[in-house]
Design a binder for this molecule. Structure first.
Ligand SMILES: [Zn+2]
Ligand SMILES: [Zn+2]
Length: 141
């Protein structure tokens, strides 16, 4: 198998690390209240990868929360430093959402959608020249 090293990342303390071997399926900025609370700021910048393309080392703690859609989004974070590292969603099995802030180099990130745009605050800027959805659109096929 040829390994294409797309990105590496780690939490603040370094106990949790990841390596990604392929390009993202999708990139999004999410302004939902859960992302605001769990990140402590206005939105999460998330890149979605096939689970098979991501390897994660180190123990994480996780917290599952039911979204408006009824799907459960489980956010994984480092139990030591609290960094939000990745998430999984019951609506999208086999897909991992990487919190791009933990990537060593995240200059490749460019959201191709904004979700929960209705929650975007005037002080928090995400692109308006890509599709902006008021809430979560149905899962991509
Ligand atoms: Zn950590
Ligand atoms: Zn969200």
């Amino acid at each position: 198998m040829t390994e294409h090293n797309f990105a590496t990342g780690r939490c603040l303390c370094g106990a949790v690390r990841y390596r990604i071997n392929a390009e993202p399926i999708r990139m999004a900025a999410c302004h939902c209240k859960h992302c605001q609370r769990s990140s402590g700021t206005g939105h999460m910048s998330l890149a979605f990868f096939r689970e098979d393309d991501v390897s994660i080392e180190g123990e994480t703690s996780s917290y599952g929360a039911e979204a408006d859609s009824g799907n459960v989004n489980t956010r994984h974070f480092c139990p030591t430093c609290g960094s939000r590292v990745f998430s999984t969603n019951s609506a999208r099995p086999g897909v991992v959402g990487i919190a791009v802030g933990c990537a060593d180099d995240n200059s490749w990130f460019a959201a191709n959608a904004v979700v929960y745009a209705k929650r975007r605050e005037t002080w928090d800027h995400t692109p308006e020249d890509v599709p902006n959805f008021e809430e979560m659109p149905p899962p991509a096929k």
